[in-house]
Design a protein. Structure first.
Length: 350
């Protein structure tokens, strides 16, 4: 505790993530809703939406990793999908071909992907801006070439029959069981991401992002900080890829494209670069748009739309990103904070 004028300030309270009882209540209600969501979907007859939710949660993990690299450390990466792909193929190879259990294969794949991220980042970090983006994009093409020409990864046919994880002797088979497993990973990795922003390393990343020369003058090592960002961000991507391959049991090269990296960036920008909560909001927003458009195409409401929904979805994605960059550059999280501030000072206008 220290005093500011006549007011005593609790430092622990000042740096706490949740500062009020209302915020704790909201967190508790949110977790309860997440726990009971499968039952609510089954009760409403929409249990088939669980697959969409599971894929969205895996995407959240991947984009949280990109947020650490780009949003926090300021390193523009267009090859993030390559790290997700690497984690997916390594997990698939270790479980389907080497016979490893999921609980050994997933952390191994995530760690290997993180090391590859450092190897890719080491020479690339000598570059900045557009050149760094091109260098990371080149890694995506290189990763595809290597995987396509290695029998370990199934070549052009990919890997199939990837076994699901086993917990307590019970194999996870349906979407509901997978939902709880993926949710556990999302909660743990989100907690780590939030605390990273408040840590010494996180503050160093923000300093490097804003001005690496000024950060160096304060004793921060920009190059080391950037490498650590690549390591952690790639670790997230590898974990997301491992979960994805085990969930869908099949992994092929055509499941990953350069557009995935661009959409990951779009999700982060729409939500709010550098913010964990904003990143999650961005992923959910664009995923909901895609799901709504897909449901419209399946319902055949507009004949032309039904046959071209993939291209229309990409066009709408691009339009949404342009709108946010032009009119709301700090993302949904900034809009939410503004709304919350206006609510707190209502009915006063100042």
């Amino acid at each position: 505790m220290r005093q500011r004028g006549k007011k005593r300030i609790d430092q622990t309270h000042e740096v706490a993530i949740l500062k009020t009882s209302g915020q704790w209540i909201i967190l508790g209600v949110t977790i309860l809703l997440l726990v009971f969501l499968p039952f609510l979907l089954r009760w409403s007859g929409n249990v088939n939406q669980l697959m969409f939710i599971n894929i969205t949660m895996i995407t959240i993990i991947a984009v949280l990793g990109l947020n650490i690299i780009t949003g926090m450390a300021g390193q523009l990466s267009l090859g993030h999908a390559a790290f997700v792909m690497t984690g997916a193929f390594i997990t698939g190879a270790l479980t389907a071909k080497a016979g490893w259990p999921f609980w050994a294969a997933l952390p191994a794949a995530a760690l290997i992907t993180a090391v590859i991220g450092v190897i890719v980042g080491a020479p690339s970090l000598r570059l900045k801006g557009f050149y760094l983006a091109v260098a990371t994009l080149a890694f995506f093409l290189l990763a595809q070439f290597i995987i396509r020409n290695m029998d370990l990864f199934g070549g052009i046919f990919g890997l199939s029959g990837i076994p699901a994880p086993i917990i307590g002797g019970v194999r996870i088979n349906d979407d509901t069981e997978w939902y709880y497993l993926i949710l556990a990973f999302v909660l743990i990795l989100t907690f780590f991401s939030v605390n990273l922003t408040r840590s010494r390393l996180g503050r160093a990343m923000f300093a490097v992002r804003d001005n690496d020369t000024a950060a160096a003058s304060m004793g921060i090592q920009p190059y080391s900080t950037k490498l650590q960002a690549f390591f952690i961000g790639s670790l997230y991507a590898g974990a997301a890829g491992g979960l994805l391959s085990s969930y869908i049991t099949v992994v092929r090269l055509d499941q990953f494209s350069m557009w995935d990296s661009i959409w990951y960036l779009g999700m982060m920008m729409i939500g709010g670069a550098g913010s964990t909560a904003g990143t999650i909001m961005g992923v959910i927003a664009l995923s909901l748009i895609k799901q709504i458009l897909h449901m419209m195409s399946m319902a055949d409401w507009v004949p032309y739309f039904s046959n071209n929904w993939t291209y229309i979805t990409s066009g709408i994605y691009g339009l949404v990103i342009i709108i946010f960059v032009s009119f709301q550059p700090y993302g949904l999280i900034a809009l939410w904070k503004k709304m919350r501030a206006n609510y707190k000072r209502w009915p006063f206008g100042y």
